[in-house]
Design a protein around this ligand. Structure first.
Ligand code: PHE
Ligand code: ZN
Length: 867
C-alpha cells in the first residue's frame, strides 16, 4: 500500500530560507527541455542548517553551491525533494536539470498542448520544472531566458516585461523576460510555439500604456475579439471600482486546448483553456460569451487579489479565490444585468456548492487539512467563499467596503497573507463585531433558517422568529450558529414594504437584519395589516429557508425583489413536483401562476426565462432521503406536459414572436429572447407531438446562433429521436474539425435521457474527435455522462461501473481530472440498499487499485468513510 499523507494547517511554519532572485534558462528541444536555474538564497531562520528544495520528475544533471560543483554524496536526494547542507546567511545555487514535456499527461509543470509548450504551476507544478522552494509564501524576482527553434517556436513568452531578443545559430532564437515584481513560483509561466495573435493597447488611469495581446492557434485569431474587449472592460472596471491599475508594460493571454481548469492568472502571462477565450456567433453559445467575459475578468482581477497580495499557504486559497470570484461576479453584474447575474450565481451555488456541502467531501472555505491540495479548488472555496465576501460587503455597505479594501491593499501589497488579515481590514470599517462571523471560515454545511411569524392586528405588531440549524459536520460534531446579514421585507397587499421598526435586533440598514444567534425573535411595530413575508432578498446569505407562510403566487406576481420573485416560482414548482411524486394531481394554483408569468409582457425576457425554468433533477435529488431519479423525471415530464397542453397556443405564439434566427447579436435583449424562446420550446416539445418536433427541427436548421442550434439539437435528441439522427449528423459534419464545438456534441449525447446512452458514450470514445488526454473532451463526454442522473443511476449498475473504469484509466494519465470524475459518487450514502451495494463495490475497486493517486484516493476514501 502507498502512503497517503495528510497536511495540517496547524503545522504551518514559515520557510527557513527564501529565494530572492531566480534566473532561469530554458533550452527547448523536440524531445526534452534543459533548465538552468540560478537562485540567490537567503536564510530567514538563523538556526537552519539544511536547505530543502522540492522537485518531482526531474532529471538532475549538475548542482553548484556558491560556484562549487557538488557531487552526489554532498547532498541528499529523496522522494520529491533534495536536501542540501547550508549553514550561511546567503548562498547562490545553480542547478541544471532536464524535463520531458511530451510525456507530461498530468498537465502540471511544463507540458505540450497541441504543438505548444506551456506551463501550469498552481498549486505545486513548479517543482516539476526545476528544484525550488515550492510554496506561495516564498516570493522571488524571476528572469527567464527561453531558447528554441525559430521555426517551431516563433513565439517565446514568459512573465513580466520583454528585455531582449536575439537570433542564435542553428536556427534558434532567444527571448529574455524580466518580471520586476516578486512573486511565488506558482505564478511563473512560459509559452513557446507557433501562435497567431491579436493585439491592442490600454492606457491606465495614471497614463501608462499597456500592450495587450491574445495568442491562439493560427486561424483562430478572429475568435479572440470578445476576449480582448472583455479584458479592456475588466481593466477599466478595476480602476473605477477599486482604484487599482495594471503594473507591467504588457499583458499577454494564451489560449491552449489542453488545460485542467478554466484559466490561470500567471503574472503578465495568463494561460487559458481555449474554451474561455475563443468565440464567434456561429460556434459559441450566449453563455460561452458570458463565461469568457467573466473568466477573463477573474484572471485579470487576480493581479491585485492573488498576485500582488498572495496566500501564505494553500489553506488560505479562498483569500484569493473567494474574493476574486466576488469581484468577477460584481463585474459581470455591472456589465450585464445584476439580477440575471445574481440568479445564475445562486443557481450554480445551490446546484454545486450546496450539494458538496451536504455530502462526504464537505469542507470549510478555509480547510484545516488536506491530502491533495488540488482537490480543494472547489465550489466551496470559490463560490461559497465569494458569498462570504458578499455578506461582508452587505454588512459594511459599498463605501465602507471600498475603504476596507483600500486598507487591505495598502497594508499587504507585496505580502503573502491569510484570511485573518483580510478580516482585520474588514473589521476596521465594520459597524458590527465580526468575531461570530468568522465561523463561516471554519465550519462546514449550509445552515437552515426556520422562519415563522405571529401578527397582532390590535397592536399592529409582527413577531418574526428565526431559528438556525446546522447539520453536524463530516466529523459528526455539532456546529455553532452563524452570523449573517438577512435582507427581508414585510409587504402590504399591494406589494409596498412596511418600514422595519424594531429595537430587538441590529438593523444594518433599512432592510437588513444582523442575525447572530441560534434563535432570534424580533418584533416589528407599525405594521398596519397582515404582511406577506419576503425573505433573504437578493439572496443576502447562503442559507436554506424553511417557512410555511410564504404566499408563492403573491410573491411571484408582486415582489419587487427579483430574487424573491424567482424563488417563489422555484419553490412553488419544487413543492408541486414533490406533491406529484407522492401521488397528487398537478396543483391548479401553480399552473395558474405559471400562466400569469407567461403572459406578463412587462418582464425582461431573460428574467422571464429564468423564472419559468423548472427545478433541475439535481435540485430535486438534494431533497430526497433516498435518491429516486425516475420518480423525479416522471413528475417533471408530466408537469411540462400539463403546462404545454394548458398553454399550447400562448406558448406557440410567444415562440413565434421571439424567433429571430438571423439575429446573432449578444446584447442582453437578444440573449434574453433566445433564452426565453428555448425555454418555452422545451416545455412544448415534451408533448412529443409531430408538429412541435418539426418546429424544433426547423429551429435547428434555420438558426444562425449556436445557442439556438444547440438547444434545438438537445431537444431533438431527447424528444424526437427520429429527427435527431439527421440533425446530429449535420452537426457533426459542420463542426468535426472544431474541438470546442465537438465538446458540445459529446455532451448533448452523453447527457441524453434516452435509453442506450451508455452504449453510445462507449462507442464515442473511438470517435476521431475524442481524445482522452484532452480534459475538455473528457469532461464533455465522460463528465457529462457521470452528471446525467438518468444514465448514471441506471438500475443495472453499468453506469457506476463505467465511470469507475474511467476514473482508474484516467488516473494513470491525469489525476486531477480523474478525481473530479470520482466526485460523481458522492451520493453514495443516499442510495437504495441495492444501488448502494453496486456503487460500494465500484468505490472499493477504485480504492484498491494499485498506484492510485493521492487525488482520487482522498475523494474515494472520504466517500466510503462517511457511511
Ligand atoms: N487559479 C486559477 C483561477 O482561479 C485556477 C487554477 C487552479 C488553474 C489550479 C489551474 C490550476 O483562476
Ligand atoms: Zn481564481
Amino acid at each position: 500500500m502507498q502512503e497517503h499523507k495528510t497536511i495540517y494547517f496547524k503545522e504551518y511554519t514559515p520557510s527557513p530560507y527564501t529565494i530572492e532572485t531566480c534566473s532561469l534558462e530554458f533550452i527547448i528541444e523536440e524531445s526534452s527541455t534543459r533548465v538552468e536555474n540560478i537562485m540567490e538564497i537567503k536564510r530567514c531562520d538563523p538556526h537552519a542548517k539544511e536547505l530543502r528544495l522540492d522537485g518531482e520528475m526531474l532529471d538532475l544533471e549538475l548542482l553548484w553551491v556558491d560556484d562549487i560543483l557538488y557531487s552526489e554524496d554532498m547532498y541528499t536526494k529523496e522522494e520529491g525533494a533534495i536536501r542540501i547542507p547550508l549553514d550561511s546567511d546567503t548562498a547562490r545555487i545553480r542547478i541544471i536539470n532536464r524535463i520531458y514535456p511530451d510525456e507530461n499527461t498530468a498537465l502540471e509543470g511544463l507540458y505540450r498542448s497541441g504543438g505548444i509548450w506551456c506551463t501550469q504551476n498552481e498549486p505545486e507544478g513548479f517543482r516539476r520544472i526545476t528544484y525550488f522552494i515550492d510554496r506561495p509564501d516564498v516570493m522571488t524576482r524571476f528572469t527567464t531566458k527561453i531558447i528554441a527553434s525559430k521555426e517551431r517556436c516563433p513565439v517565446l513568452l514568459s512573465n513580466g516585461n520583454l528585455r531582449g531578443t536575439a537570433t542564435l545559430e542553428n536556427g534558434k532564437h532567444m527571448t529574455l523576460w524580466e518580471d520586476p515584481i516578486p512573486k511565488p513560483c506558482y505564478l511563473f509561466a512560459l509559452v513557446a510555439g507557433d501562435l497567431g495573435s491579436i493585439t491592442d493597447t490600454f492606457t491606465t488611469m495614471s497614463g501608462k500604456q499597456v500592450d495587450l495581446a491574445i495568442y491562439c492557434d493560427r486561424g483562430n485569431e478572429n475568435k479572440c475579439h470578445h476576449a480582448m474587449r472583455s479584458l479592456k472592460k475588466s481593466m477599466e472596471w478595476d480602476e473605477y471600482t477599486y482604484g487599482r491599475e495594471y503594473d507591467l508594460e504588457v499583458y499577454n493571454i494564451v489560449a491552449v486546448d489542453s488545460f485542467n481548469m478554466g484559466a490561470m492568472e500567471n503574472k503578465g502571462l495568463n494561460i487559458f483553456n481555449s474554451h474561455y477565450v475563443l468565440a464567434d456567433e456561429e460556434t459559441a453559445t450566449d453563455s460561452d460569451f458570458l463565461g469568457i467575459e467573466s473568466v477573463i475578468a477573474h484572471e485579470y482581477f487576480h493581479n491585485w487579489t492573488g498576485n500582488r497580495i498572495t496566500c501564505r499557504n494553500w489553506f488560505e486559497l479562498t483569500l484569493k479565490e473567494g474574493l476574486t470570484v466576488f469581484r468577477d461576479q460584481c463585474f459581470s453584474a455591472d456589465m450585464n444585468s445584476p439580477l440575471t447575474q445574481r440568479l445564475d450565481d445562486v443557481r450554480s451555488l445551490r446546484e454545486r456548492q450546496y450539494v458538496e456541502d451536504a455530502g462526504p467531501t464537505a469542507h470549510p472555505i478555509k480547510p484545516d487539512h488536506y491530502m491533495e491540495i488540488n482537490n480543494f479548488y472547489t465550489a466551496t472555496v470559490y463560490e461559497k467563499g465569494a458569498e462570504v465576501i458578499r455578506m461582508m460587503h452587505t454588512v459594511l455597505g459599498t463605501e465602507r467596503f471600498r475603504r476596507a479594501m483600500d486598507l487591505y491593499f495598502d497594508t499587504f501589497d507585496g505580502d503573502a497573507v491569510g484570511t485573518e488579515d483580510f478580516l482585520w481590514a474588514m473589521q476596521s470599517e465594520s459597524p458590527v463585531d465580526l468575531t461570530p462571523f468568522k465561523r463561516w471560515y471554519s465550519q462546514e454545511r449550509t445552515p437552515t433558517l426556520r422562519i415563522s411569524s405571529e401578527y397582532s392586528s390590535d397592536s399592529a405588531e409582527l413577531v418574526l422568529r428565526i431559528v438556525q440549524s446546522i447539520p453536524r459536520n463530516t466529523k459528526n460534531q455539532e456546529q455553532l450558529p452563524y452570523a449573517l446579514p438577512f435582507n427581508i421585507a414585510l409587504l402590504s397587499e399591494n406589494g409596498e414594504a412596511f418600514d422595519l421598526i424594531t429595537s430587538d435586533i441590529i438593523l444594518l440598514n433599512t432592510k437588513t437584519l444582523w442575525i447572530t444567534e441560534e434563535v432570534t425573535e424580533v418584533k416589528f411595530s407599525a405594521i398596519s395589516s397582515v404582511p406577506k413575508l419576503s425573505l433573504n432578498r437578493h439572496f443576502s446569505a447562503p442559507v436554506i429557508i424553511e417557512c410555511d407562510e410564504i404566499d408563492y403566487p403573491f410573491l411571484m406576481a408582486h415582489d419587487r425583489d427579483g430574487f424573491v420573485r424567482f424563488e417563489a416560482a422555484n419553490r412553488f414548482a419544487i413543492e408541486t413536483l414533490e406533491a406529484m411524486m407522492e401521488g397528487s394531481e398537478v396543483n391548479e394554483r401553480y399552473i395558474e401562476s405559471y400562466g400569469a408569468l407567461l403572459r406578463d409582457s412587462t418582464m425582461d425576457p431573460m428574467f422571464k426565462s429564468q423564472v419559468l425554468e423548472l427545478p433541475s433533477i439535481t435540485t430535486m435529488m438534494q431533497r430526497q432521503e433516498t435518491i429516486d431519479v425516475s420518480a423525479i423525471v416522471k413528475a417533471q415530464e408530466r408537469l411540462k406536459q400539463v403546462l404545454a397542453k394548458c398553454y399550447y397556443d400562448e406558448l406557440q405564439e410567444s415562440i413565434c414572436a421571439l424567433y429571430a434566427p438571423s439575429n446573432t447579436d449578444i446584447d442582453g435583449l437578444s440573449i434574453g429572447k433566445r433564452a426565453l424562446k428555448n425555454r418555452l420550446l422545451g416545455i412544448l416539445v415534451s408533448l412529443g407531438n409531430e408538429s412541435i418536433s418539426h418546429l424544433a427541427q426547423a429551429h435547428y436548421h434555420e438558426a444562425l446562433s449556436m445557442s439556438e442550434r444547440l438547444a434545438a439539437l438537445d431537444l431533438l435528441e431527447n424528444y424526437a429521436p427520429e429527427l435527431a439522427v439527421s440533425a446530429l449528423n449535420d452537426f457533426y459534419i459542420r463542426y468535426s474539425d472544431q474541438t470546442l464545438v465537438m465538446n458540445k456534441y459529446f455532451s448533448v449525447l452523453a447527457s441524453s435521457r434516452r435509453g442506450g446512452t451508455l452504449e453510445r458514450v462507449i462507442s464515442l470514445q473511438e470517435d476521431p474527435a475524442y481524445d482522452v488526454k484532452v480534459p475538455n473532451l473528457v469532461r464533455s463526454l465522460i463528465g457529462s455522462f457521470a452528471r446525467n442522473p438518468v444514465a448514471f443511476y441506471n438500475e443495472s449498475g453499468d453506469g457506476f461501473r463505467f465511470v469507475a473504469d474511467q476514473v482508474i484509466l484516467i488516473d494513470a494519465l491525469n489525476p486531477q481530472i480523474a478525481s473530479g470524475l470520482a466526485g460523481a459518487f458522492k451520493n453514495y450514502g443516499r442510495l437504495s440498499t441495492f444501488q448502494k451495494a453496486q456503487m460500494g463495490g465500484e468505490l472499493e475497486r477504485i480504492k484498491n487499485h494499485p498506484n492510485l493517486s493521492n487525488n482520487v484516493y482522498e475523494i474515494v476514501s472520504k466517500i466510503l468513510e462517511a457511511h
